[in-house]
Design a protein around this ligand. Structure first.
Ligand SMILES: [Zn+2]
Length: 225
């Protein structure tokens, strides 16, 4: 179905309440509704979240443009939740990317094709994400009392992060770069707490609340409602 220009996938399940999910990295919207709910009711429920929904979908559009082979270079990108215009300058001596206020300057050497240009920008987002996450990691390793051996940022389809408990390795979804930093911190703490408690049980939630009392609020930043 389509809702105010947004393509939405609807699935029905044996549940009590309808919920909306926006998936990384391209902002696909999936509504999961109770089996007896009509399309009219779904539309009505969606209208309550309309503003929230279009804001979130917009944040992902630039990341989608960057990752999709069919698309041209993105003209803007969200950086930690804020809109940034991208200015490209070709024919430079070396590649470099810098930010000033709400602008991202991308300097490129001559002869870069679309694929290479996109990779340059994507790799930069990954490095920015890891740099920020590394600072948070050091802080949380002390607080939680765990040690992480490796931190990586990758393209991930349906998850925001994952944790290999045995290898103590954490993967982060590169698309976290377009969301608020509070969202990144939530995902990182979530994965780190898995090093103490592997499953999402009561103990896990108790630990999350102890370390990050507002984790439920932060979770909403991940486009789940
Ligand atoms: Zn988890």
């Amino acid at each position: 179905m389509k809702y105010s220009k947004i393509q939405i996938k609807v699935q029905f399940k044996k549940i009590k309440n309808m919920y909306i999910r926006v998936y990384p990295p391209d902002g696909e919207v999936v509504v999961t509704a109770p089996e007896l709910m009509t399309m009219d009711q779904i539309q009505k429920n969606l209208s309550v979240h309309k503003k929230w929904l279009s804001k979130k979908v917009l944040k992902f559009k630039s990341m989608k443009t960057l990752l999709d082979k069919q698309e041209a270079l993105p003209e803007y990108l969200h950086v930690w939740g804020k809109h940034h215009k991208i200015v490209y300058r070709e024919g430079q001596n070396k590649n470099s990317i810098s930010m000033e206020r709400s602008r991202i300057n991308v300097y490129m050497r001559r002869g870069f094709d679309l694929e290479k240009k996109k990779k340059l920008l994507y790799d930069w987002t990954r490095r920015q994400l890891i740099e920020e996450a590394q600072v948070l990691l050091t802080k949380w390793e002390n607080r939680i009392g765990v040690q992480v051996n490796r931190l990586q940022a990758r393209k991930m389809k349906t998850r925001w992060g994952s944790c290999n408990i045995r290898k103590k390795k954490i993967n982060l979804n590169t698309a976290l770069f377009v969301l608020d930093k509070e969202a990144l911190e939530y995902v990182l703490v979530h994965e780190m707490v898995h090093l103490i408690e592997p499953s999402h049980n009561h103990n896990f939630k108790t630990l999350m609340t102890a370390f990050l009392p507002d984790w439920k609020e932060r979770k909403k930043l991940l486009l789940e409602d």
